[in-house]
Design a protein around this ligand. Structure first.
Ligand code: FES
Length: 301
């Protein structure tokens, strides 16, 4: 895919010192599409805490740009990360953010799917006799230390094997913890500005002044840790100028409740204008460029 000029200019400027991005880098849909293909799908995306999938039929939906995935529990050991796009004409088979269901249902023309993604009832197409080929594609996924992790780069008719994930200092008992709070903050900011702001101040996730450590999970999520408390932050880029932030708080057992139950939302309300005006640091472009324009592998001799 040919990169938009506003992205190519970053590569041209990076070696020479200051980077002066064109406004299109934060506003243009072709830039966003390139980021979708090259960055947003990099593993791993930490979707939520595993307690969201506590009972058979539980599901949770996660969106990244134009892509949507529904993670659904068929049984305790059969959990699927399905492409949330009907095989008929691509509409969503799961509209709710989360819930419990016996099947997935596309409301546009009434096709039904089993919880493993098999097409079971193609309404108005009764002659579609061989349905074995009709199954929602599956992404690689795994649940580790209580986190639902999805790899949007690996998809197939059967779930691709899950590759390694570096979990660092994330507590072993995270899966048994109770989620004390879950907030979503909607913004009109480009995801790059929010990533710079939040990744530079991960303590905001816990509403404290400092943290013990932070574990990055792919380009769009991280877990912040302090005194045993943990909080997951996930960026949800929707459009060039629209990004949501999800915060999942998973305190250590017995820890005192936090005073501020929406620390990121409060910080954004306070600093939103500054975030929009702040230039991206040189280090950000140093991270961004090799992802958006990976070096070509040398030709085989
Ligand atoms: S798009 Fe789903 S049934 Fe038509």
């Amino acid at each position: 895919m040919e990169l938009p000029d506003s992205i190519k200019a970053i590569g041209d400027q990076l070696g020479g010192g200051d980077v002066t991005p064109a406004p299109e880098l934060f506003e243009a849909y072709d830039v966003f599409a390139a980021e979708m293909g090259q960055i947003f799908t990099q593993p791993w995306l930490a979707v939520d805490h595993a307690s969201r999938l506590g009972v058979d039929g539980d599901y949770v939906r996660a969106d990244v740009g134009s892509r949507s995935v529904v993670v659904v529990r068929e049984t305790a050991d059969q959990i699927h990360a399905l492409r949330n796009a009907c095989l008929h004409a691509g509409y969503r088979v799961c509209e709710a953010e989360s819930g419990r269901a016996e099947h997935l249902y596309c409301q546009y023309h009434g096709w039904y799917y089993a919880l493993d993604g098999r097409l079971t009832d193609p309404m108005l197409r009764p002659k579609l006799a061989d349905r074995s080929r009709f199954r929602l594609p599956r992404f690689a996924m795994q649940i580790q230390r209580g986190l639902i992790l999805v790899d949007l780069s690996a998809v197939g008719p059967e779930a691709p094997p899950a590759g390694p994930v570096e979990l660092g200092a994330i507590p072993e008992d995270l899966g048994e913890r109770i989620v004390s709070g879950r907030q979503r903050t909607k913004t009109t900011q480009n995801w790059k500005r929010l990533r710079q702001f939040l990744w530079a101040a991960p303590e905001l996730a816990l509403g404290v002044d400092g943290i013990d450590s932070v574990v990055e999970l792919g380009p769009l999520s991280f877990v912040a840790l302090r005194d045993g408390d943990a909080a997951l932050v996930r960026l949800v880029p929707r459009f060039p100028g629209q990004t949501d932030i999800e915060l999942v708080q998973m305190p250590a057992p017995g820890s005192a409740p936090r005073v501020d139950d929406d620390p990121i939302g409060d910080a954004l309300r306070e600093h939103g204008d500054n975030i929009a005006a702040a230039p991206l640091a040189h280090g950000f472009y140093g991270w961004y460029w090799p992802l958006i324009a990976p070096p070509e592998a040398p030709a085989a001799s």
